[in-house]
Design a protein around this ligand. Structure first.
Ligand code: NDP
Length: 399
């Protein structure tokens, strides 16, 4: 029986709150806090159990410290934005409360995400006897755990990993992002990057692509991108020779994105407008649909998984582990689309692992550093069933 403080009342925060509320045996009291308390109240009103709400600007640790001292949670789940990660970790250290998030820190004025800022908290969390779990969404999160599961049960040595994220859903809008537009567009417009033969290699943004026939979804064009789980998996999966990340995009999405880039709307450099400083990307976010508003009419499925090759008993083998999630089913269950759902459910499972002591150690960790088995068991039980396909030679190849 534990008290949990959820920070961030967006698409993911809504799913985390619904799912925690479904598991009263673990999450006995829930407080949802966010910058706009009305959004917390709107989510709380969808749920039969009592959810406490609070107004919180988590950019300043003292605000979060005050709320933690009042509510006294056993765990903080941070599903606000990556900009708040360090300030919330500071508040957790100051109050002696464990921490969990789904996306690594980004400085607001530089579109760069790296674990170095959060990994630098390792000794402070270790000394305080506290645990911080990083990147516990789907990707990063479940994709890392798929790799740890493959390592444990299918391989003596993993040589290559291709993480493939496909959203074949349709929300009916001309252009929208499935999670926070600002963070999403910063990520997609970066240069591509992958790890091969012990070094990072870069590519022009979205310049490398190929078609892949996703189970239950069909063939889609997927684009090579840099994604944050590559950084920790390169360290934690031994013997890795290459790891890449791919995401599918439709032509309509790419055309809109190209136009917005060409006219300067994706820039994070402030411009003066009528005597005020405006960041074009922040302004763009303000006019785009909120991710939490997309769910109602969303149809179609996501398929996110890992194609993994390596050696077992001196023989080469290739397996494909993936989950398929249906947007409309997510809406029925928790009033969300599948991207929020596939992020929020793993965050709740990570929280269960910590609160039940199944994953427990002082310090700052990525999810693949723990035993994947109890997490994988809950993943199927809580709405994200997964499939392991042992591939035949030539079947569903990633070039
Ligand atoms: P949304 O934009 O829908 O929600 C973000 C929420 O955080 C909003 O309610 C916002 O408040 C709140 N917030 C922003 N700044 C602050 C602040 N200073 N203090 C308190 N609350 C604040 O985003 P999503 O729900 O789609 O995404 C949430 C997180 O999940 C992001 O970090 C994203 O990167 C991550 N994510 C991870 C994935 C994974 O697989 N690992 C996949 C998808 C997302 P307000 O409403 O007032 O703006």
């Amino acid at each position: 029986m534990s008290k949990v403080l959820i920070i961030g009342a967006g698409g993911v925060g809504g799913v985390v709150t619904h799912k925690c509320a479904q598991i009263p045996g673990v999450f006995s009291q829930i407080c949802l806090a966010s910058r706009t308390e009305a959004k917390c109240k709107a989510i709380a009103a969808q749920i039969k159990r009592r959810i406490q709400t609070a107004s919180l600007d988590a950019d300043r640790p003292e605000n979060t410290i005050r709320l933690i001292r009042k509510f006294k949670p056993d765990l903080v789940i941070n599903v606000a934005l990556p900009y708040q990660d360090l300030a919330i970790m500071d508040a957790c250290l100051a109050t002696g409360v464990p921490y969990l998030d789904t996306a690594n820190y980004e400085p607001p004025n530089k579109a760069k995400f790296e674990y170095k800022w959060q990994w630098a908290y390792r000794s402070r969390f270790r000394k305080a006897g506290l645990m911080a779990l990083l990147g516990c969404g789907f990707d990063p999160g479940v994709t890392n755990i798929f790799c740890a599961y493959a390592q444990k049960h299918y391989f003596d040595e993993i040589h290559t990993v291709d993480i493939m994220d496909c959203n074949a859903g349709s929300h009916g809008k001309a252009f929208a992002t499935n999670f926070n537009p600002e963070i999403n567009i910063r990520e997609i417009t970066q240069r591509g990057k992958f790890w091969e033969n012990s070094r990072w290699k870069e590519t022009d943004p979205l310049s490398v692509h190929q078609a892949f026939d996703f189970p239950e979804v069909g063939p889609k064009e997927m684009y090579l991108m840099y994604h944050e789980e590559l950084e920790s998996l390169v360290k934690n999966i031994k013997g890795l020779r290459r790891i890449r990340f791919w995401m599918t995009f439709g032509q309509q999405y790419l055309t809109h994105l190209r136009v917005l880039e060409n006219v300067g709307m994706t820039s994070i450099k402030p411009v003066m407008y009528e005597g005020k400083e405006v960041v074009p990307l922040k302004f763009l976010k303000a006019v785009l649909p909120e991710p939490s508003s997309l769910g109602k009419n969303y149809t179609g499925k996501t398929n996110i998984g890992c194609m993994i090759e390596g050696i077992q008993n001196r023989r080469r083998r290739r397996i494909y582990i993936y989950n398929v999630c249906d947007h409309a089913d997510c809406w029925k269950e928790v009033k969300a689309q599948a991207i929020s759902y596939t992020t929020g459910v793993p965050a709740v499972i990570g929280a269960m692992m910590m609160l039940q002591g199944k994953w427990q150690a002082p310090g700052v960790f990525n999810v693949e550093e723990f035993d994947p088995d109890p997490f994988m068991a809950e993943l199927s039980r809580l709405g994200l069933p997964w499939v392991v396909k042992v591939m035949r030679p030539g079947q569903l190849m990633v070039k």
